[in-house]
Design a protein around this ligand. Structure first.
Ligand code: ADP
Ligand SMILES: Cc1cn([C@H]2C[C@H](O)[C@@H](COP(=O)(O)O)O2)c(=O)[nH]c1=O
Length: 234
């Protein structure tokens, strides 16, 4: 039975890498797929992973109808066993509805990949619809980490390393942005809520000496610096 699957996670947790791997594994077994993406950092019509792999993809624009696209492909004598859809958070609600029809009416597997929430912790409309309609929502196994070492669960937007909470929902960017540009940083919920990025916390990057958040607070409240012991991040 064909499935609609949503592979979700924070930025930088390996979604595009998994998308490329799934395409590789399915095509290695003789299945034929179509690859789609929208607003990939590497440019139009490209699905790219930070591990260095990339492939051509159909660029999804607002007017694209997935169901009509696959029907046209099949009517022209082509084969289509599965779809790979990266950056699916940027798809419209109507396009996600079309993807569900591709699964149910045409028997084609649809594998989608994307972040669920934006820099204000709000669901992207496309991701919300995927959560509502998918047969399965799979959270990626590889965890991106907050600067404190905890599992990152939130995508923060930064300018000069400082977290911002206002702006357009869609701004294409990366987690390793130059200082003067809009960038992103993945954070645990505690540090997202306190707007503490690596730069504003002074940590720079993940340090084995970073204390759990409560310990840091207690220290600064007491204003009695104690010797920092390396601790296991939570
Ligand atoms: N130099 C590297 N060596 C090993 N793994 C890396 C390297 N650079 C990036 N990665 C891995 O790639 C992941 C990001 O993959 P990517 O598919 O681009 O993420 P996503 O699509 O979720 O944003 C990182 O979490 C990390 O595990
Ligand atoms: C949080 C957030 C992200 N984006 C953009 C930034 C990137 O271009 C993509 C996510 O890509 P990734 O492969 O998962 O790293 O989404 C955005 O436009 N708005 C946001 O709030």
């Amino acid at each position: 039975m064909a499935e609609l699957v949503f592979f979700s996670g924070t930025m930088d947790c390996g979604k595009s890498t998994l998308a490329l791997q799934m395409d590789h594994n399915h095509s290695a077994r003789g299945r034929q797929g179509l690859i789609f993406t929208r607003n990939d950092r590497a440019g139009t019509g490209t699905l790219s992973s930070r591990l260095g792999l990339a492939t051509q993809a159909v660029e999804v624009r607002d007017g694209l109808d997935f169901h009509a696209h696959v029907v046209a492909e099949l009517s022209a004598g082509g084969r289509c066993d599965y779809l790979i859809c990266d950056e699916a958070q940027f798809f419209t609600v109507e396009q996600v509805d079309q993807l569900a029809r591709v699964v149910d009416d045409l028997g084609v597997d649809v594998f989608t990949f994307g972040i669920t929430t934006d820099f204000r912790t709000r669901l992207f409309p496309g991701s919300q619809r995927l959560v509502e309609l998918a047969d399965r929502v799979e959270v990626l196994q590889v965890e991106a980490l907050c600067w404190c070492g905890a599992r990152a669960t939130h995508n923060a937007r930064t300018i000069d390393g400082v977290m911002v909470v206002e702006g357009a929902q869609v701004v294409v960017g990366d987690v390793a942005a130059r200082n003067d540009t809009v960038g992103y940083e993945v954070l645990c919920r505690r540090h997202y809520q306190r707007r503490m990025t690596a730069a504003t916390s002074g940590s720079g990057t993940l340090s084995p000496d970073v204390l759990p958040f409560e310990s840091q607070q207690r220290q600064s409240q007491d204003q009695q610096p104690q010797e920092q012991q390396p601790q296991q991040a939570r």
